[in-house]
Design a protein around this ligand. Structure first.
Ligand code: UTP
Length: 295
């Protein structure tokens, strides 16, 4: 039976401690990447993949997140009076994007716990999870590929990326087997943040998932794991290891990704995206070259 249209869940309730003090009163998902908050790129990515129902999991400092996706009559009227249609369109863009819902996580007990908070909204249907600080370049549409893999295989699909062994301890890491499709693998095991010498491969989980709703039952009983947090990776490991179940597949992503939760990657994202833009690139590129020559 065909499933209902996919909904997207964006967990944005983490503490964002790597970005303190910027994240003291603002979620890291609201940090601007050039001139848009990171999370807006993620919502745009969902809509580009055909998803128009988005649930954002919010924590403390929820107001600036929900305000961003709301309309602002005072500002809009002001711009309308001035006839500044360009800026008016920019203000309205985020409130017109999708049907956006919010639910609170309460305590930040981990990504698995945040995803479980989506259960009532998602129901018994497959859904996408998109991390709000993980940006995938719109020129490399990963989510669309993952949704069609879900449709083809009827099983959970995660996004994987080859990472340097030096950084592997920062990720969930997969044990995989090849399938009949290039860059699609069957995931036979998962481990959260292994030591470099224990990592089963160089394929790390990145922040896009298309999950079978059976993950909710598993998350209900998943005990805190690495870092004392309820880990989504641990629940996925159980799905992958179940010989009776449909298993877990991985799409190996080879495109452009920006991890805006990490300070160095955040700066790189701004530089790369701004340099590529038609309105900013021509002024920035010569300056970058000059600056790079001084390093
Ligand atoms: P991270 O581990 O990157 O987020 O979680 P963090 O804990 O906020 O970051 P640091 O290390 O302290 O800087 C991955 C994603 O899961 C969300 C985060 O908002 C981020 O998008 N998350 C994490 C939750 O929604 N709830 C949680 O309890 C934990």
């Amino acid at each position: 039976m065909p499933h209902k249209p996919f909904k997207a869940v964006i967990p944005a309730a983490g503490l964002g401690t790597r970005f303190l003090p910027a994240t003291k009163a603002m979620p890291k998902e609201m940090l601007p990447v050039v001139d848009k908050p990171a999370i807006q790129y993620v919502v745009e990515e969902a809509t580009a993949a055909g998803i128009d129902d988005v649930l954002i999991i919010i924590g403390r400092n929820k107001n600036n997140l929900s305000n961003h996706f709301d309309s602002v009559p005072e500002l809009e009227n002001n711009l309308r009076k001035k006839g500044d249609e360009d800026k008016l369109a920019k203000v309205q863009q985020s409130s017109d994007l999708a049907d956006i819902h919010f639910v609170r996580q309460g305590e930040p007990k981990g990504l698995g716990h945040a995803v479980l908070r989506a259960r009532a909204h998602v129901g018994d249907h497959p859904f996408a999870v998109m991390l709000g600080d993980d940006l995938i370049d719109e020129r490399d549409p990963l989510l669309t590929t993952m949704l069609s893999e879900y449709d083809k295989r009827g099983a959970t699909v995660i996004a994987l990326m080859e990472v340097d062994p030096e950084h592997i301890h920062l990720y969930g890491v997969a044990t995989v087997e090849a399938t009949d499709t290039d860059d699609v693998v069957r995931v036979t095991g998962l481990v959260e943040k292994p030591k470099r010498e224990d990592a089963p491969s160089n394929l790390a989980i990145i922040g896009r998932y298309v999950l079978d709703p059976s993950v909710f039952d598993i998350l209900e009983r998943t005990e805190p794991g690495k870092g004392g947090e309820i880990q989504l990776t641990d629940a996925l490991e159980e799905l992958a290891a179940d010989p009776e179940g449909p298993g877990v597949y991985g799409v190996v992503f080879r495109g452009r990704r920006y991890d805006t939760g990490d300070r160095v990657d955040y700066i790189k994202a701004i530089v790369q995206l701004a340099a590529d833009r038609e309105d900013l690139g021509p002024d920035l590129r010569p300056w970058f070259k000059e600056f790079a020559a001084t390093l």
